[in-house]
Write a protein that binds this ligand. Structure first.
Ligand code: GLC
Length: 743
């Protein structure tokens, strides 16, 4: 219910530019403020609670207490920013009624769009386009910063090689280099170069660390791996985000080698704050501090508070161990005043950087709708979706399907006319704004006769309409299948042990394929699904992920050829669930399939499926054919330190269709002091090529690009030979050899 007085006040919130304060001035302001703070008020800065039930569900906080806690200076931040009046009221209490008037920080989960829904992050990663990701993040920040958000819990950079884990949808896939480049793009897009701006928000990079390696892909499960592997694969995207200026890092739910990530001195204090020099604040995941008790490394909640604060968690989300016990713990000497001061300083530092002390209401807008879904954002969402979908099969060039066709098209499958292709973790976006594939096809094919049939239920194994399916397929000249997973089957707490299409869809697909009609299969999902049964039986196979609000328009643009495909897989597609984890940058083993061992039996393999994934990292078809020259190098000998080498190659579009080509550069160590992967992505770029156009690409590799973390956890660059490989996919490359030499 709008309170007219509040609304009038909110309309008068100043939008004057805020002063940019130097780091030293901010530290002085913090010193001055902290000199006045009671211990309880310092502890209050370490607590994030919820307020609007719409945002924060099933938790152990009592929202009715929140205003009183704020007045006592016992709340540092709020998660959930839907109700602008509520935010304004809470901030007024903090600023006007608490003793020192320290402003609240408002945070929200906005990871692939705020009110404009962009493709899920794993789909965006398939664009291999950092500029695009930065633009998407800027648009997301704009909509967020004008609707109460000071900080978003994004980017999620958990590397994952296991599609059984539902949260692969939120990440950047299986490669540390791709994820590092995109992590930087997200942070720069959210924060740009001015955190006091009314158009930017702070980034919170998550989930530190190793969450994507949960055993069995089972949600919240144990993580156990060498430090060298964590440093080589899981740490780089966090390092990139911190270097890009991320203001917060979220500690994860999982254990790392037996120690919970939210109570982990080594990774939080020694590595993140020590080695990486992170000077923002570490926030726990949702009650992940309290759950340290479940991990059984603390005897009670008071002990939890001691362990978590002392190991580097600065800000506790929803759990209340800090405000319940830290004062006692300091009095008892189990937590030092210095530790509380450091955590408090980190939170205040981010608040000052955001300009919240100069304008606590800077991101609160009573007319937030005016800043949402601007035409340019919807156009960007369409372009992002076009670049995120991946063409996996296109036999006899059945695609593109001419937009002037007058044929009868049967659109069959429960995702054909569903708005649940938007993606989970959808911020403040509404399903109702999603353009379905059906709607997109109707607009793109005005002369075709499109018959749309669900064929079965989307979520449950019910309502199989085989008679209707057979009837429609018989009438059709061409079939478009729209199958897979809705957004309800991936995301947090949605691990799957089976990666088939959901419910009775497989049966429904078999009915369709029994007719032998020309068939285009469009698959939706938040993760790689098992496509093996269909790969050789459909004429075209499009992986549409979950593409946000512009789903239907983008897929129709691609199928009709108005836009060419350009997506490449950021995650390998397993041949079978039993093959997981399968990833491109694997070690060769002592008996590689194409190794030196004679005989074709005794090598590292399965006897019932091929070794390779069904579709590898970096793979994706387009409507064009592009020729790659072998790479030339500026030198054959590269020093192990302080040196660089230019790698040049020519790409030629030998087709009549322009293409946005995703060129990739990999390296392979011919040997090293530890066994290294058979392939390591080190550069990529999207290059526009008109029909017939050639262009020469040059990448510069530095000595450190050839380095690796070895068994003593040290990063080394060793004087050994390397292949440098270029091509359109990890398994389609041309190579040349160079050698690193001491120097
Ligand atoms: C959730 C997720 C995390 C999210 C947080 C706040 O459990 O793990 O990604 O940012 O809680 O909603």
């Amino acid at each position: 219910m709008n309170n007219p007085n509040l609304v009038e006040e909110m309309r008068k919130i100043s939008r004057d530019p805020l002063p940019t304060r130097s780091p030293s001035e901010i530290e002085r302001l913090i010193d001055d403020l902290m000199s006045k703070m009671y211990l309880t008020e310092k502890i209050g800065q370490l607590y994030e609670t919820g307020f609007d039930e719409h945002d924060v569900t099933g938790t152990n906080y009592d929202k009715s207490k929140t205003p009183m806690l704020i007045k006592q200076g016992l709340v540092g931040s709020i998660i959930g920013t839907h109700n602008q009046q509520a935010l304004y009221r809470l901030q007024k209490i903090a600023v006007e009624d608490s003793r020192l008037g320290i402003p609240l920080l408002f945070a929200h989960d906005i990871i692939h769009g705020c009110k404009t829904s962009f493709p899920i992050n794993l789909a965006l990663a398939c664009s291999f386009d950092a500029d695009l990701v930065e633009k998407v993040s800027q648009a997301t920040a704009f909509e967020s910063s004008h609707s109460g958000v000071n900080m978003t819990f994004s980017p999620m950079v958990d590397l994952s090689r296991d599609p059984r884990w539902g949260r692969v949808m939120e990440g950047n896939g299986e490669d540390p280099y791709l994820s590092s480049v995109l992590a930087t793009a997200y942070v720069k897009g959210y924060q740009q170069d001015d955190l006091t701006s009314y158009d930017t928000i702070a980034a919170c990079v998550k989930h530190y660390i190793g969450y994507g390696a949960a055993e069995g892909g089972r949600e919240y499960n144990t993580v156990d791996m060498s430090e060298a592997k964590l440093r080589q694969y899981y740490l780089p995207p966090f390092e990139a985000a911190v270097k890009a200026g991320a203001q917060s890092v979220m500690s994860a739910f999982n254990t790392i080698n037996g120690v919970p990530a939210s109570a982990n001195k080594k990774w939080l204090k020694d590595v993140l704050k020590g080695e990486l020099g992170f000077d923002g604040f570490v926030i726990s995941d949702f009650t992940s501090t309290g759950e340290v008790l479940n991990h059984k490394i603390a005897r009670d909640q008071k002990h939890v508070a001691e362990v978590c604060l002392n190991t580097g968690v600065d800000h506790e989300m929803i759990a209340t161990t800090y405000i319940d016990y830290l004062e006692e713990l300091v009095t008892e000497g189990r937590v030092s005043m210095a530790a509380v001061d450091d955590a408090c300083r980190r939170v205040l530092r981010v608040k000052y950087r955001l300009g919240l002390f100069d304008n606590p209401y800077k991101n609160i807008y009573i007319n937030q709708e005016d800043y949402w879904q601007l035409p340019e954002f919807l156009q960007l969402a369409r372009e992002a979706a076009q670049q995120s979908a991946v063409l996996l099969e296109n036999k006899n060039s059945i695609l593109p399907l001419s937009p002037t066709t007058t044929q009868t098209i049967a659109l069959i499958g429960p995702l054909g006319n569903s708005q649940k292709t938007m993606g989970g973790w959808n911020g403040k976006a509404w399903f109702e704004d999603t353009v379905t594939l059906y709607k997109g096809l109707q607009e793109a094919y005005p002369f075709a006769n499109i018959i749309q049939v669900d064929g079965c239920d989307l979520e449950k194994p019910i309502n199989l309409e085989l008679d209707r399916v057979h009837e429609v397929v018989q009438q059709a000249d061409i079939v478009i299948l729209a199958v897979g997973e809705s957004l309800h089957w991936s995301g947090e707490a949605h691990a799957r042990a089976n990666l088939d299409f959901v419910g009775l869809q497989p049966q429904m697909v078999e009915a369709v394929l029994s007719h032998g009609k020309r068939t285009i299969m469009v698959v939706f999902g938040g993760r790689p699904l098992i496509l093996t049964p269909y790969k050789d039986r459909v004429d075209a196979l499009v992986y549409a992920w979950l593409l946000g609000h512009e789903t239907g328009h983008a897929i129709a643009d691609l199928i009709s050829g108005r836009v060419n495909f350009s997506g490449r897989l950021a995650m390998s597609f397993p041949y079978a669930v039993g093959q997981i984890p399968v990833y491109y940058n694997a070690l060769p083993t002592g008996r590689p399939q194409h190794g030196h061992y004679t005989g074709d039996f005794y090598f590292s393999r399965y006897i019932d499926i091929p070794n390779e994934p069904l579709y590898p990292f970096g793979y994706g078809l387009t409507y064009s054919t592009v020729d790659y020259s072998s790479p030339d190098v500026s030198k054959k000998l590269v020093k192990t330190s302080g040196d660089s080498v230019d790698v040049s190659f020519t790409v030629t579009n030998t087709s009549s269709v322009a293409v946005y080509e995703t060129v990739q550069l990999y390296i392979e160590a011919l040997y090293y002091s530890v066994s290294r992967p058979v392939n390591e992505l080190k550069r990529f770029e999207k290059v526009w090529l008109d029909a017939g156009e050639s262009t020469t690409i040059t990448f510069t590799l530095k000595s450190t690009d050839f380095g690796y973390v070895v068994e003593n956890d040290q990063f080394t660059v060793e004087p050994v030979p390397f292949f440098i490989k270029v091509g359109p996919a990890s398994n389609q490359t041309k190579k040349t050899e160079i050698s690193l030499i001491e120097g």
